[in-house]
Design a protein around this ligand. Structure first.
Ligand SMILES: Nc1nc2c(ncn2[C@@H]2O[C@H](COP(=O)(O)OP(=O)(O)OP(=O)(O)O)[C@@H](O)[C@H]2O)c(=O)[nH]1
Ligand SMILES: [Mg+2]
Length: 341
């Protein structure tokens, strides 16, 4: 097993913008090993944060819409404009599907060849802890290592978009041309989470259908959200030919400037921090509690009682809470048992 480097060394490596150290730090943050978790917490506590505000862009869309191709091309364009671009691929379904994102380093060959790019594939399916925590920590680590633009790709599976939006300053949803009224299975609610939409694959013979999808999407947004900006927010792009990418970037830059000057960016991040605090606190408290010696066997007993119909579910919950109240921080004390039903 690999020796764990001291936290100070990792932090120095991040500040030195060493990609190998960044990779190690992210692996540490993804680990569920208790010793790693302690080190990761120590490292995260040390982070100073970037000098200039970073730009976090979340990218989602149905499978095959061209997210990886887009990131490859768009990221390369940004690198050549002097940015340092980190790509985090998040695949919440990877434990089920095997994870198409895992092959992304090869699908992002242009970007991978850029000196100012860092591509991190999604964690393997064995990694627990949910999209939010790992990705957020990875983002913070990338920012400490001097990456000013973060591109976070996720597969559009419905559940993940709200979480992605909570990690990003800007949520970009990619659409396929010609999908018509049903909006390719993307629920309206998800469309409304998007700050920016782009119909990809608009080149060549797809053009007409892409234009129609753009118009349909604009109309749908206009209907649900009103306002003239529904028009501006739906772009036509081709990740393959590069068409429309400059225009998209121009829109993003203008929006970023407005968000910075109006304070909208700062307040969105603070709201995200607030939600993350609540979510993380609940998860960690529960984790801590569940890890207590003897508790899992007690809970298994209760569960067996419920399954066998010996005890009502409400009663089982009540028994745990009572046990907790009686023993406080010693919960569960050695030999504690719940009253027999
Ligand atoms: N014609 C055309 N094809 C494209 C374009 N962008 C991507 N593709 C193709 O669409 C296919 C899927 O592209 P990916 O970038 O892997 O799509 P993805 O959304 O990342 O897919 P998953 O990660 O599997 O959900 C590939 O064959 C790409 O070459 C485009 O602008 N035009
Ligand atoms: Mg992909």
């Amino acid at each position: 097993m690999e020796r764990r480097p001291p936290v100070s060394q990792l932090h120095e490596g991040l500040l030195r913008q060493d990609p190998a150290v960044l990779g190690k730090a992210i692996t540490l943050a993804e680990s569920r090993h208790p010793a790693d978790m302690l080190l990761a917490a120590e490292l995260l506590a040390r982070l100073e944060g970037p000098d200039r505000p970073s730009l976090r862009i979340g990218i989602s869309g149905p499978p095959g819409v061209g997210k990886s191709t887009f990131i490859d091309r768009f990221g390369t364009m940004l690198c050549r404009a002097g940015h340092r671009v980190a790509v985090l691929a998040v695949d919440p379904s990877s434990s089920l599907s095997g994870g198409s994102i895992l092959g992304d380093k090869t699908r992002m060959a242009h970007l991978a060849a850029e000196a100012n790019a860092f591509i991190r594939p999604s964690p393997s399916s064995g990694v627990l802890g949910g999209l939010g925590r790992r990705s957020r920590e990875s983002i913070l680590l990338c920012e400490e290592a001097g990456f000013d633009i973060l591109l976070v790709e996720t597969v559009g599976v419905g559940q993940s978009e709200a979480q992605i939006r909570d990690l990003c300053d800007l949520f970009l949803l990619l659409l396929l041309p010609g999908a018509g009224d049903d909006l390719q299975g993307i629920k309206r609610g998800i469309m409304e989470l998007a700050d920016l939409l782009a119909v990809n694959k608009c080149e060549g013979e797809n053009r007409e259908r892409a234009l129609r999808t753009q118009a349909d999407t604009q109309a749908a947004l206009h209907m649900t959200q009103g306002g003239a900006d529904a028009m501006d927010r739906v772009h036509l792009i081709s990740a393959l030919s590069g068409e429309g990418l400059e225009g998209l970037w121009k829109w993003i830059r203008e929006r970023e400037a407005t968000d910075l000057s109006t304070g909208r960016k700062a307040s969105r991040r603070l709201e995200q921090d607030g939600r993350w605090f609540q979510h993380e606190l609940k998860e960690r408290l529960l984790e801590e509690l569940m890890a207590r010696e003897g508790l899992s066997s007690l809970l298994l007993e209760l569960q067996a009682d419920v399954l066998a119909g010996r005890r009502k579910a409400e009663e089982a919950v009540h028994a745990v809470l009572e046990g907790w109240r009686q023993s406080g921080s010693n919960f569960p004390w050695t030999g504690q048992s719940f009253p027999k039903p």
